[in-house]
Design a protein around this ligand. Structure first.
Ligand code: NI
Length: 184
């Protein structure tokens, strides 16, 4: 397994639509293992392949709290097949937008259809943080970042700060800010 470099916004690769995976093979499985390791090390609770520069429809997530048994999900070609009318708001962060957080409103409950690491089709009903995380990661596959759900004013303010930080310190790590609840 390996820890992969995570792309930080603004980056044109984070704004592209990822292509479906045709076959769940060893390369895809290895990528998902590496993505999970990268996500746990960050630390975060979700990661999408475009964030590590791979434009394929692959996401991994684990919303188990620290101290709980890990519950990793590996999803290939995930697709929302149902969303609730009811909405929920969570404070979201993103490994590609380090140190920035905002409340994002999304459907409170969902059903997602995907292929697991063996290429078997599965469906999962989710609510709460898991539902938020799955929607956030699927957004990444369509080139959508959580800031795209905010007003243009807020979005541009965050992106400008990130660009500035990038120019100041190429490949910078994170500042000494407290870890947020939901870094997706
Ligand atoms: Ni994210």
């Amino acid at each position: 397994m390996a820890i992969l470099p995570i792309l930080v916004a603004p980056d044109p690769r984070l704004k592209q639509v990822a292509a479906p995976v045709e076959q769940v093979d060893d390369t895809v499985r290895r990528l998902m293992d590496d993505m999970l390791e990268t996500m746990y090390a960050a630390p975060g609770i979700g990661l999408a392949a475009p964030q590590v520069g791979v434009l394929r429809r692959i996401i991994v997530l684990d919303v188990a709290s620290e101290g709980e048994t890990p519950q990793p999900y590996r999803m290939v070609n995930p697709e929302l097949v149902w969303v609730s009318d009811e909405d929920a708001s969570y404070e979201e962060g993103c490994l590609s937008l380090p140190d920035h957080y905002a409340d994002v409103v999304r459907p409170a409950a969902i059903r997602v259809r995907y292929l697991d690491e063996h290429g078997v089709e599965r469906e999962l009903a989710a609510e709460g943080v898991l539902a938020t995380c799955i929607q956030h990661e699927i957004d990444h596959l369509d080139g959508i970042l959580f800031v795209d759900h905010l007003s243009a004013l807020k979005r541009n303010m965050i992106l400008r700060k990130l660009l500035k930080a990038k120019k100041a310190k190429p490949g910078k790590g994170k500042a000494g800010t407290p870890e947020p609840a939901h870094v997706l």
